[in-house]
Design a protein around this ligand. Structure first.
Ligand SMILES: Cc1cc2nc3c(=O)[nH]c(=O)nc-3n(C[C@H](O)[C@H](O)[C@H](O)COP(=O)(O)OP(=O)(O)OC[C@H]3O[C@@H](n4cnc5c(N)ncnc54)[C@H](O)[C@@H]3O)c2cc1C
Length: 475
């Protein structure tokens, strides 16, 4: 007897969104999280445009947007000016300032509300897998048997290590100390006599101070003390600036590693468990959500037995490639920051100062340019834009069709009803100037097929067969 269909290790952003997606699809899901409670400190503080676009496909963005504060540009490291979101391919042309912990709370409530079991204070220690199932042993001796195990257990992932999945990449060349404290330094960089800086980021009721260490520590896991942070800040500034009331002290580096496989049999990886990278561009939470959103519907269809052959492997294909791009983008930003007067860095700064170049960089760094299967229509493989449509005489938006988490064939010509029930066909009319007749949306909102006026349903059967299964392809 199986205890659950999918066991998720880790209740961070990746694990919680994945659990919510699986539960939405009716898949029995259990999350084990080693911390009894969510830690009081908060790592990330932003959702980017791409993550908000994805969350909007489940109706989850609106409330978060109402709660957070909007910044009209995307975080970037190494460029003198901002990356603007105006005119980029998004329904959310801003970054949202919101604590990661708040996003986790919202996702946890949704996952639990949809029926996922969330076991806090439960640490996965080891697991074994057979061709039919996975058995995980917890710290308390309990065993949980599931069809699949997903390691959403962070950068030091136990699941990744025990699955024997390699984590190639580069070691950290430098480490920085981080302190959530109170102090009288101004926001932004403060330079010392030799040009080194202490960076101060405003946070609610405190500030986050970041300063690079002079040399890599002998033990990177050694706890950071206030004395150590204070000494480094004073050394860099060449004067004493008192740091008070520490809430969280930590250290991070610029290591970059990517799991060699996102799937090993019945075990999968998502989020930091699959990739670590420098914090440039404040992207980690956003990529974790992107992984989970891509995996959720594919794993659900696989568990339910409706997935076409190979669907689950497209998770590796699509997200491993995305992970490699994230590593490259974040490492490039660090290189840019360190490049000084190098001619190539000057060129990049000029590209970023050019409106079209700035837009392209924004789309690359935020992942708005994500395209899983480019084709001969610009929408193919990309997240379908959230265009206004009318369905049953009611004005709505394309993203709303995806709230139930199922694939949808939006039919703007009224000629495709025969494809039901192979796929849910939604007859509608466009309320904007769209030059398409129909579009097949995967549950994650990415476009699997586009019908252009006059082309009928050419290629639709193949697209359904490839992504949704169960549809015979005509000879
Ligand atoms: C200082 C700092 C600032 C950051 N700022 C930003 C930012 O502004 N924007 C941004 O997008 N990202 C930011 N990040 C990155 C972001 O926090 C991570 O990328 C994100 O949390 C990854 O989500 P995840 O779900 O993959 O992993 P995690 O959030 O790390 O979650 C993993 C979970 O698994 C649990 N776990 C681990 N092992 C086990 C086990 N064996 N059994 C059960 N549970 C286990 C852990 O307790 C944890 O809760 C920042 C990171 C740091 C360190």
């Amino acid at each position: 007897m199986l205890d659950t269909d999918v066991l998720v290790a880790g209740a961070g952003p990746a694990g919680l969104l994945l659990a919510a997606e699986l539960a939405l699809a009716g898949v029995r899901t259990t999350v084990v999280e080693r911390h009894p409670e969510r830690p009081p400190y908060c790592r990330g503080f932003n959702l980017n445009a791409r993550a908000l676009d994805l969350l909007a496909r489940r109706g989850l963005a609106e409330d978060l947007v109402a709660e957070g504060h909007r910044v009209p540009h995307a975080p970037v490291t190494g460029l003198p000016g901002p990356l603007l979101l105006d005119g980029t391919a998004t329904g959310h042309p801003f970054s949202l300032g919101i604590p990661q912990t708040r996003v986790e709370e919202v996702l946890e409530a949704r996952a639990a509300g949809l029926g996922a079991e969330i076991l806090r204070g439960h640490e996965l220690r080891t697991f074994t897998q057979t061709p039919d199932d996975v058995s995980a042993l917890l710290h308390n001796g309990r065993t949980i048997r599931a069809r699949y195990l997903v390691g959403c257990d962070g950068g030091r992932s136990t699941v990744r290590k025990q699955a024997g999945i390699g984590f190639p990449g580069v070691d950290a060349r430098w480490y920085a100390l981080l302190g959530d404290v109170e102090c009288d330094l101004p926001y932004g960089p403060s330079a010392g006599p030799d040009g080194r800086t202490v960076f101060v980021i405003p946070r609610p009721g405190y500030v986050r101070v970041i300063v690079r260490e002079d040399a890599p520590p002998s033990d990177k896991n050694e706890p950071v003390t206030l004395d150590r942070l204070q000494a480094q800040v004073d050394a860099v500034l060449g004067r004493h600036v008192e740091l008070r009331n520490p809430r969280w002290l930590s250290r991070f580096g610029d290591a970059a590693r990517l799991a060699s496989r996102y799937r090993e049999g019945r075990v999968l990886l998502a989020g930091d468990a699959a990739h670590i990278h420098p914090p440039a561009g404040a992207i980690g939470v956003n990529v974790a959500l992107d992984d989970a959103f891509n995996l959720g519907w594919k794993l659900a269809a696989t568990v339910r037995g409706t997935a076409p052959e190979g669907l689950l492997d497209t998770y590796h294909d699509e997200r491993h490639a995305a992970g490699a791009r994230i590593l490259a983008n974040t490492r490039a930003q660090v290189a840019l920051e360190e490049a000084g007067d190098e001619p190539w860095a000057d060129l990049m700064r000029r590209v970023a100062a050019h409106p079209a170049g700035n837009r392209a960089l924004t789309e690359i760094i935020t992942g708005l340019d994500t395209c899983y299967a480019p084709g001969d229509h610009p929408w193919l493989g990309r997240l379908a834009p959230d265009v206004p449509i009318s369905v049953g005489g009611r004005a709505t938006h394309l993203a709303a069709l995806l709230h139930p988490g199922r694939p949808v064939l939006l039919d703007l010509t009224g000629s495709l009803s025969a494809w039901s029930p192979a796929v849910e066909v939604v007859p509608g009319t466009s309320l904007s100037d769209l030059d398409i007749a129909a579009v097949l949306l995967r549950p994650d909102g990415h476009v699997a097929w586009v019908g252009v006026p006059g082309s009928g349903d050419d290629g639709l059967a193949e697209a359904l067969h490839r992504w949704m299964g169960g549809v015979p392809v005509r000879a």
